[in-house]
Design a protein around this ligand. Structure first.
Ligand code: SF4
Length: 497
């Protein structure tokens, strides 16, 4: 159980310092028209979205007059128990799982965010990051507004509350908010009588609609609908506002089609769960396609294709199918390690990799191995994995990456870090191969990203690979770029075990 007395006060986002990218957040909500246990439905939904955020979670419910909420730092099953859920009953409920990419990792920044204003209670769950949050916050602070948290969501809440006072309905206030804030947001808003969902006009983050009986559900991913026995209805369109109330589901499309769609392509490559569908695309099939394209682009003679658990497995299966080289297990993950595994200190990080992953000697000994993973961020893990495989007797290790090299940071709610921390910005491909200790290295080409959409027709964001950002950038970007003038071809400085 989390000791609630301990809080780490930090103003910085919780960027991970290992090579594993962290997801952003997950949202889940229900408008209960049946006799469902709303709190528990949201609990199971959040449990299925746990991969999108493991730092904190929360659920808020309303029954027209009162809002009850419970949130804390920690994983969904650690934060909630039966007694708590017994109290979370109501007509409408929203939940949130969080990983901090903006705002510190502290309890007061956890969501849903419940605010009180002239019209009553306003509850928000938000996935994404605003690029003009700092300017808006500064402007509002100059007007005298006091913020209780350091998250973008509170800026959104304030804009909605301010606009609601000037507009006749909450949905019109949300529509006005969409004219004012810039960036990525998949948002759930709970008012006393309505559950409202909206996606930013570019649709950077996903949001889907489900139905169970007469009840409507909104979720970041379709996998969470399956877990609560709900049917997938459709994706919320980029820019769409869906309003669910006692008369049913209504759609407002004033902001649809105004901006070029820019769904985060990394949702397909890594963030989303493989059993989810996004914009009609099976995430699993998309990852296999990335593996197939990799096999065509970077073929190599080998005996066995393995995936780095869990993120590289689907692409490894695709690589195997295309190349005809058998797929097998070569690395075993400690299944009990969970996402809350306490990362070791820098000096002991090598041990951390060994604790998480071990080679399957009987499978890799004497073999030429193709190891597939979804990405290389800082490059700190790959060298250790290669060493683990070689120690287990692998004759050759060829690394294949099912995404292009990361060259730019993300400002839309993921922790792709600044350029000075991205290995592909610092070293040439040959140098990365040297540092990693692999016999060959191949990344998915940028021109192959289109194939991940399996023929579906929508625009995507690939800014972390190309630098082509779909929005204006936050002011911090220019400062970072000044500070981080990249010195290409620095001599490799990783210590290989
Ligand atoms: S920059 Fe990369 S991680 Fe961020 S939204 Fe765009 S594709 Fe996704």
């Amino acid at each position: 159980m989390i000791d609630k007395r301990i809080e780490t006060i930090s103003d910085t986002a919780g960027y991970s310092d290992n090579d594993e990218l962290k997801e952003e957040c997950g949202v889940f909500g229900i408008y209960n028209n049946d006799d469902l246990d709303s709190g528990r439905v949201v609990y199971y939904g959040l449990f299925s979205l746990q991969h999108r955020g493991q730092e904190s979670c929360g659920i808020a419910v309303t029954d027209d007059t009162v809002v009850k909420q419970y949130k804390d730092m920690g994983l969904v099953p650690d934060v909630f128990n039966s007694d708590i859920l017994d109290n979370l009953t109501g007509k409408i409920a929203v939940g949130h799982v969080r990983y901090s990419t903006a705002g510190g990792s502290i309890r007061q920044n956890s969501q849903p965010l419940v605010s009180r204003y002239l019209k009553g209670a306003l509850t928000i769950s938000h996935n994404g990051n605003l690029v003009n949050a700092l300017q808006l916050r500064e402007k509002f602070e100059n007007e005298g507004f006091i913020f209780q948290t350091t998250i973008d969501t509170e800026v959104i809440a304030y804009v909605i509350a301010r606009e609601r006072v000037k507009n006749p309905s909450i949905e019109e206030a949300i529509s006005r908010m969409m004219d004012i804030v810039e960036g990525s947001y998949a948002l759930l808003v709970m008012s006393p009588k309505k559950l409202i969902g909206c996606r930013d006009p570019r649709g950077i983050r996903p949001l889907v609609i489900g139905k169970r009986g007469n009840s409507y559900i909104l979720s970041s991913e379709s996998c969470a609908l399956d877990s609560v026995g709900a049917e997938f209805v459709r994706d919320v369109e980029p820019g769409e506002i869906v309003v669910i109330d006692e008369t049913g589901l209504h759609s407002i499309k004033t902001h649809c089609g105004k901006k070029k769609t820019a769904l985060c392509i990394f949702e397909l490559i890594y963030f989303a769960r493989p059993d989810s569908y996004i914009e009609g695309i099976s995430v699993y099939e998309s990852r296999k396609e990335a593996g197939r394209q990799l096999a065509l682009e970077h073929p190599v003679d080998a005996d066995l294709v393995i995936g780095v658990p869990d993120s590289g497995i689907d692409a490894a299966i695709g690589y195997s199918e295309q190349s005809g080289i058998p797929y097998g297990k070569g690395l075993v993950k400690n299944r009990y390690i969970g996402r809350t595994f306490i990362s070791p200190t820098q000096s002991a990080r090598e041990d951390g990799v060994k604790i998480k992953l071990n080679a399957l000697r009987s499978a890799v000994e004497g073999k030429r191995i193709i190891m597939v993973d979804d990405s290389i961020v800082r490059g700190t893990t790959v060298a250790r994995l290669v060493k683990i495989l070689r120690n287990a007797g692998a004759k050759e290790v060829h690394m294949r990456v099912s995404s292009p090299p990361f060259m730019w940071p993300c400002y839309y709610g993921t922790d792709v870090p600044t350029r000075d921390k991205l290995i592909a910005c610092r070293y040439s491909l040959d140098e990365i191969a040297d540092v990693a200790g692999v016999d060959s290295l191949g990344y998915l080409g940028i021109d192959k990203l289109e194939s991940l959409k399996l023929g579906a027709d929508f625009g995507h964001c690939d800014a972390c690979f190309t630098g082509n950002y779909p929005t204006e950038l936050p002011p911090v970007h220019e400062e970072e770029e000044k500070d981080n003038e990249i010195e290409i071809r620095k001599p490799p400085k990783f210590t290989i075990l």
